[in-house]
Design a protein around this ligand. Structure first.
Ligand code: C2O
Ligand code: CU
Ligand code: CU
Length: 432
C-alpha cells in the first residue's frame, strides 16, 4: 500500500524465452516473467495503483479491458509507455465481481504485442459474490484459463503470418493455455469453475466437453449472469470471457475442447478459411478418486442488467464494413463523438459485409437489448463489453457513461480481431 491507501502492483514488461516445443525455446514477451503476466486481483471499492515499467526496446502500453476507469488510466493508444519509462495509473475499483484482463493497446501494434505474450487476467471480487458458495479457491476449483492459438516456424519462433485468404488475421495450430501447451488439471472437487478468456488475436472458440455433457454458464464479460444457464457449448470471440462451472465424477478423465463455430458467415469469409471449422483439445481434467463437495450454484447469482431504457439520451448507429466503422478508420487526432456523463445511450451495431467482426467498448459494460429485434440468447443477457457480430444482425447495446469526464482524452470502441483493430477498425469518444 502507498500513502493514499492504494494497493500497489509492480508490473515489469520484459522480453525472455519460453520453452513451448521440445526443439528449443521461443522468444517471448511477458509481464514479471517471460510469457503472459500475473493474475491481478482486487475488490470493489479498493484503490489500486500500478507501476508499469517498460523494459522493452520499443513503446507499448497496458490496457485494462472491461474496466470502468478514467480515460487517462485506460492504457489505450494515448497512453504509450516508452522504452525504459514507467507509467503509474491509479483508480478505485467501482464495478461488480468479474473476470477482466489486461493487454497492450499501442495503435498499430496491438496484434504483435499480444501475440508475443503480453496479457494477463484481472479478477475483480465483491462482497455479494463472496457470500455465494460458488467454487472460489484460486487454482483449485477456480481456474483462470487464458486460451491462445499460436503458430511456430521451423526455428520454434512465433509465426504471425496471416493464412492465405483468411480475413480474420493470424491463426495458429497449437493451443496454449496460461502459457502451457497440452495442459491438464487435477480435479479434487466435484464442481470446478473455469474463467475462460479468449486472448487470441483472431480465432473463435466454441468450448464444450469431450462427452458433450452440460455445464453451467454463470458469468460473462462484466460479471455473473442473473441465473446460471445449462448448456453444452459456449462460444467466445477474441476478448470475450465466460465463467462456467463443470461437475465431475470421481476418477474420470474429460477434455475441454473447442468445436466448430456455430454461426454462418457470408460468402466473403468462409468458415474454413478463418479457422472456424477447426477442432482443438484445450485442457484435460483428471478427477481424483474422491472429490470434495462443498460448493454449489445458487439459483440467483446477480441482479439482471437494468439500465433505464425509457430515458435514452442518444441512439447511435455503427456499421462495420471492411476495416471501417461508419466509413472511417481510426485517426489518433479525430474524436468521433462526445457523450454526456450520466447519460444512457443505445448503440445499434451491425456487421454489414460478412467478414468476422466483434465490437468492444472501453470504460463501460453494456446490456444487449435485442439482437435484430429478438430477445438476446441466455449467454448475452448479462453485462458485456465485447460481443460477436453475426453478419447482418443488428445488435442494440444500452450503456451508461458514469463518473469520469475528460473532454481531451478519449476512450476507444473497436473490433477486437486485432489485425482489424490495428488496421484502423476503431473509433474514439469522449465523456463530457
Ligand atoms: Cu481488449 Cu480496446 O481492448
Ligand atoms: Cu478494452
Ligand atoms: Cu473485425
Amino acid at each position: 500500500q502507498d500513502a493514499s491507501g492504494a494497493r500497489v502492483f509492480n508490473l515489469d514488461i520484459e522480453s525472455g524465452e519460453t520453452l513451448f516445443l521440445d526443439g528449443g525455446p521461443t522468444e517471448t514477451w511477458g509481464v514479471n516473467g517471460a510469457y503472459l503476466g500475473p493474475t491481478i486481483r482486487a475488490a470493489k471499492g479498493e484503490k489500486v495503483r500500478f507501476r508499469v515499467d517498460n523494459g522493452l526496446d520499443e513503446p507499448t502500453s497496458l490496457h485494462w479491458h472491461g474496466m470502468h476507469l478514467p480515460p487517462d488510466m485506460d492504457g489505450g493508444p494515448h497512453q504509450p509507455v516508452g522504452p525504459g519509462e514507467t507509467w503509474t495509473p491509479n483508480w478505485t475499483i467501482d464495478q461488480p465481481a468479474a473476470t477482466l484482463w489486461y493487454h497492450p493497446h499501442l495503435h498499430g501494434n496491438t496484434a504483435d504485442h499480444l501475440y508475443r505474450g503480453l496479457a494477463g487476467m484481472f479478477i475483480l471480487d465483491d462482497d455479494n459474490v463472496d457470500q455465494l458458495k460458488l467454487p472460489a479457491e484460486y487454482g483449485v476449483d477456480d481456474i483462470p484459463m487464458i486460451v491462445q492459438d499460436r503458430k511456430f516456424d521451423d526455428n520454434n519462433q512465433f509465426d504471425q503470418s496471416i493464412p492465405f485468404m483468411s480475413t480474420s488475421g493470424t491463426l495458429g495450430d497449437e493451443i496454449i493455455v496460461n502459457g502451457s501447451r497440452g495442459p491438464y488439471h487435477e480435479v479434487t472437487t466435484r464442481l470446478v469453475r473455469l474463467r475462460l478468456l479468449n486472448a487470441s488475436n483472431a480465432r473463435m472458440y466454441n468450448f464444450g466437453l469431450s462427452d458433450d455433457r452440460e455445464f453451467q454458464l454463470i458469468g460473462t464479460d462484466g460479471g455473473l449472469l442473473p441465473e446460471a444457464w445449462a448448456t453444452d457449448r459456449v462460444q467466445l470471440s477474441p476478448g470475450e470471457r465466460a465463467e462456467i462451472v463443470v461437475a465431475f465424477e470421481p476418477g474420470e478423465t474429460v477434455e475441454l475442447r473447442s468445436y466448430e463455430a456455430e454461426f454462418e458467415l457470408g460468402d466473403m469469409a468462409p468458415a474454413r478459411l478463418n479457422g472456424d471449422e477447426d477442432r482443438f483439445d484445450i485442457i484435460q481434467f483428471r478427477a481424483a478418486d474422491t472429490l470434495t463437495d462443498e460448493t454449489e450454484i445458487p439459483a440467483v447469482l446477480a441482479s439482471a442488467p437494468d439500465l433505464d431504457t425509457h430515458d435514452i439520451a442518444e441512439v447511435r448507429t455503427f456499421e462495420l464494413e471492411g476495416r471501417n466503422i461508419n466509413g472511417e478508420r481510426m485517426a489518433m487526432d479525430r474524436i468521433d463523438f462526445g457523450v454526456r456523463e450520466g447519460d444512457t445511450e443505445v448503440w445499434e451495431v451491425t456487421n454489414v459485409n460478412g467478414y468476422i467482426h466483434n465490437f468492444h467498448v472501453h470504460d463501460v459494460q453494456f446490456q444487449i437489448l435485442d439482437v435484430d429485434g429478438a430477445e438476446p440468447p441466455p449467454d448475452l443477457r448479462g453485462w458485456k463489453d465485447t460481443v460477436l457480430l453475426i453478419p447482418d444482425l443488428r445488435y442494440r447495446l444500452a450503456m451508461r457513461f458514469d463518473g469520469y469526464t475528460n473532454p481531451d482524452m478519449p476512450y476507444m470502441y473497436h473490433c477486437h480481431l486485432l489485425t482489424h483493430e490495428d488496421q484502423g477498425m476503431m473509433g474514439q469518444f469522449v465523456v463530457l
